[in-house]
Design a binder for this molecule. Structure first.
Ligand code: MTE
Ligand code: MO
Length: 200
């Protein structure tokens, strides 16, 4: 992808190591943009749940959960970052609270359309800044940016924020998702520069 258009970082701000600032996030994803199919859409929380069963939510049910507004940067592992993107949507923690994991479970594999997935921690989902975004910059998410729902976890590299997210499974340990299987770090904290799997 192009890294043209690098701009200066405002003096009062810093970026994670090895990142440079761009004015606008390029649209980036692997594979095609899924067609909207609200009638068939659901959100599933499964795997090692406390209740031992998975739960499915309709879009309406998810949208009725507690909402948050978050100002968050995007940090792509290909080294571009943006600052202060305004996201709003449903608090990821609300879904964890609705369907909690079994005791001792610390990891989830978040999944999206077309088999995209990312490994993150329950703790990351519980962060007050973790949002299942429905809006960006006050406007409904566009299809290419992940409508109807896209996960944003500000301190992680943005591959850990699936667009077109459809749910997660609680797992017994970290399970590698799409990019983690292709050489990227299982944790992916941008501030610790956990970029590649060989650093684990
Ligand atoms: N479903 C899905 N979500 C995804 C990806 C993807 O390939 N598929 N790519 C990720 C990566 S690597 C980045 S950098 C961001 C890009 O977000 P943007 O297109 O809004 O800039 O989306 C993330 N979410
Ligand atoms: Mo990325």
């Amino acid at each position: 992808m192009s890294t043209a258009g690098a701009i200066e970082v405002p003096p009062e701000r810093s970026l994670p190591p090895g990142q440079h600032l761009v004015a606008q996030a390029p649209i980036m994803h692997y594979g095609p943009v899924p067609r909207p199919r609200p009638d068939r859409w659901d959100f599933t929380v499964g795997g090692l749940t406390r209740a031992g069963v998975e739960r499915r939510f309709t879009l309406e049910e998810v949208l009725g959960m507690p909402r948050v507004d978050v100002l968050a940067d995007l940090h792509c592992s290909s080294r571009w970052s943006t600052l202060d993107e305004p996201w709003s949507g449903v608090a990821a923690r609300a879904l964890v609270e609705a369907v909690p994991p079994a005791d001792g479970v610390e990891d989830v594999l978040v999944f999206a359309e077309y088999g995209y997935s990312a490994c993150i921690r329950v703790e990351d989902l519980m962060s007050a800044r973790a949002v299942l975004a429905t809006h960006h910059d006050g406007e409904p998410l566009t299809q290419e940016r992940g409508a109807p729902l896209r996960l944003i976890i500000p301190h992680l590299y943005s591959w850990k924020g699936p667009k077109w997210v459809r749910g997660w499974n609680y797992t017994a340990g970290p399970e590698r998702g799409f990019w983690e299987e292709r050489g990227y770090h299982v944790r992916g904290d941008a501030w610790r520069e956990e970029r590649y799997a060989y650093q684990e």
